[in-house]
Design a protein around this ligand. Structure first.
Ligand SMILES: Cc1cc2nc3c(=O)[nH]c(=O)nc-3n(C[C@H](O)[C@H](O)[C@H](O)COP(=O)(O)O)c2cc1C
Length: 386
C-alpha cells in the first residue's frame, strides 16, 4: 500500500481513509478479518448495547427500496438490525479475538443507557485490547433516539463518564437529528471527544400502499442511500473549520468519488457499511485503485492534502454572484424530444419549427432545460454590460 494514502486519525495511523463501519459486517473476528483482507484500513466493530431488547434481531431485517422519478435511480437500504447478540463479556471476548487476529486498528463500539455503564463498558473494551472506542448514543434503534431525547447533553455526559475511565481514544458517533450539528460537534470537542463521527443512520419509515402498513416489522428502522451523502457532506464541511479534532464521515458512500468528496469537505476518514452489505467486502479494492488514480491525475502527492480542501471555497449567501445572466442555446444534437418545452416555466421554448428555438426575451437562464436535456442544450454566459 502506497504511503501517500496514509491518514492520521485521533492517534491511530491508518493506511488509508477507508474504514469498515460498525455493522453486521464487523460483527465478529472472522468478519472483521474479511474486512481487513479485502483492504479496509480499520474496523469499527458492531455495537454492543446495554438495553436487552437491542441484542435480539427480528427477521427478516433488510429491505432495498427502489423509488423516485422514472428514468432516475434512487435506492434506500433499510435495516432493522440491532446490536451485537451478546452481553459486554461476550463482546470483550470478541474484541480480544479480533485484536489477536487483525493487524489493523480495531475500534470497539458501545451503546448504553446508564452513564456508569458507558464507563464500565468502555473500560472493559479497553482492557480487551480495543485501540479506540466509538460511543453511539445516536443508534437509530437505541433508547435515546427512540425516545427523542436531546442528544448533545447526553453525549456530553457520556464523554464525561467515559473519559475519566479510559486512556484509549474515545469518540462520539453523532446523530443527524439535530438542529445544529456544528454546535453539537463543537460541544463534544470541548468535552474531550477525540473525534466525531458524522452521522449514524436516521430512523425512517416506508409504507407499503397495498398492505397500508409500514414494512420492516411495522416500525421505523435505520435507512440510508447515496442521497444521504449530500447532507452529511454539508455538515462535515461546515463543522470542519470549527474543529481541531478529526471528523469521520459515514453515510451513503457508493463510489470512490464519494470518498474523495468527504475528504475534500474535511473528513479524515470515511466509514462504509451498506455498500459492503450490497456488494461484498472487496468493494474497497477497486475504490483504492481509483482513488490513487485520482491523486495521480490531479498531481496530488498525499491524500492528507485533500482534507478540507473544498471548504475555503464555500461561499456565504451574500457572496454568491448574482450579476451574470445566462441564455439557453439549442445545439445540433437536439432530437426534438420536447422534454425541454414541457418543463420550461418561462414559456421560452418554441417548437413551431424543426427544432426548438429559445426566446431570449423570455429565457430566465435558470439552467433547468440543460439539466433535463440529454446534452443538446447548453447555457451561454452573458457577460454583464456596465
Ligand atoms: C445493517 C446495518 C447495521 C448497522 N449497525 C450499526 C451498529 O451496530 N452501530 C453503529 O454505530 N452503526 C451501525 N450502523 C451504521 C453504520 O455504521 C454506518 O454509519 C451507516 O450505515 C452509514 O454508512 P453507509 O451508508 O455506508 O451504510 C449499521 C448500518 C447498517 C446498514
Amino acid at each position: 500500500m502506497s504511503k501517500r494514502l496514509q491518514v492520521d486519525f485521533a492517534g491511530l495511523k491508518l493506511a488509508h481513509p477507508l474504514v469498515a463501519a460498525s455493522a453486521g459486517t464487523t460483527k465478529d473476528a472472522e468478519h472483521s478479518f474479511r474486512a481487513q483482507e479485502a483492504g479496509f484500513s480499520a474496523v469499527v466493530l458492531k455495537s454492543v448495547q446495554e438495553e436487552l431488547v437491542n441484542r435480539y434481531n427480528p427477521l427478516p431485517r433488510f429491505s432495498i427500496v427502489k423509488s423516485g422519478i422514472p428514468g432516475y435511480n434512487s435506492v434506500s437500504f433499510l435495516s432493522y438490525e440491532q446490536a451485537f447478540e451478546g452481553d459486554i463479556h461476550d463482546y470483550a471476548e470478541m474484541v480480544r479475538e479480533t485484536r489477536r487476529r487483525l493487524s489493523i486498528p480495531v475500534i470497539a463500539s458501545i451503546n448504553c443507557i446508564e452513564y456508569e455503564s458507558w464507563a464500565t463498558y468502555a473500560k472493559i473494551v479497553e482492557q480487551a485490547g480495543a485501540d479506540a472506542v466509538e460511543m453511539v448514543p445516536s443508534c437509530p434503534a437505541g433508547a435515546f433516539i427512540r425516545k427523542g431525547e436531546e442528544f448533545t447533553p447526553i453525549a456530553a455526559n457520556v464523554l464525561r463518564a467515559v473519559k475519566v475511565k479510559v486512556k484509549i481514544p474515545a469518540g462520539i458517533k453523532m446523530t443527524q437529528q439535530l438542529s445544529n450539528p456544528v454546535a453539537c460537534a463543537v460541544t463534544l470537542e470541548q468535552e474531550g471527544s477525540h473525534w466525531v463521527t458524522m452521522f449514524n443512520r436516521n430512523p425512517g419509515l416506508h409504507i407499503d400502499i397495498e398492505t397500508m402498513s409500514a414494512i420492516m416489522h411495522r416500525s421505523a428502522c435505520g435507512h440510508g442511500g447515496p442521497w444521504v451523502a449530500l447532507a452529511i457532506t454539508r455538515w462535515v464541511a461546515h463543522a470542519y473549520p470549527h474543529l481541531k479534532i478529526p471528523i469521520s464521515a459515514t453515510g451513503g458512500v457508493t463510489r470512490w468519488e464519494d470518498v474523495i468528496r468527504y475528504l475534500l469537505a474535511g473528513a479524515a476518514n470515511v466509514q462504509i457499511a451498506s455498500l459492503i452489505y450490497m456488494k461484498g467486502y472487496d468493494v474497497v479494492k477497486e475504490m483504492l485503485g481509483s482513488i490513487e488514480g485520482y491523486l495521480d491525475r490531479m498531481g496530488i502527492e498525499s491524500i492528507q492534502n485533500l482534507i478540507g480542501r473544498a471548504v475555503s471555497e464555500l461561499q456565504p449567501l451574500e457572496a454568491v454572484d448574482r450579476s451574470c445572466r445566462y441564455l439557453a442555446v439549442v445545439t445540433h444534437r437536439c432530437v426534438n424530444c420536447g422534454k425541454c418545452k414541457n418543463i420550461c416555466l418561462y414559456d421560452a421554448i418554441d417548437f413551431k419549427g424543426e427544432t426548438p428555438s429559445i426566446n431570449p426575451d423570455l429565457c430566465d437562464g435558470c439552467g433547468l432545460c440543460e439539466q433535463i436535456c440529454g446534452g443538446a442544450i447548453l447555457m451561454k454566459r452573458i457577460v454583464p454590460q456596465n
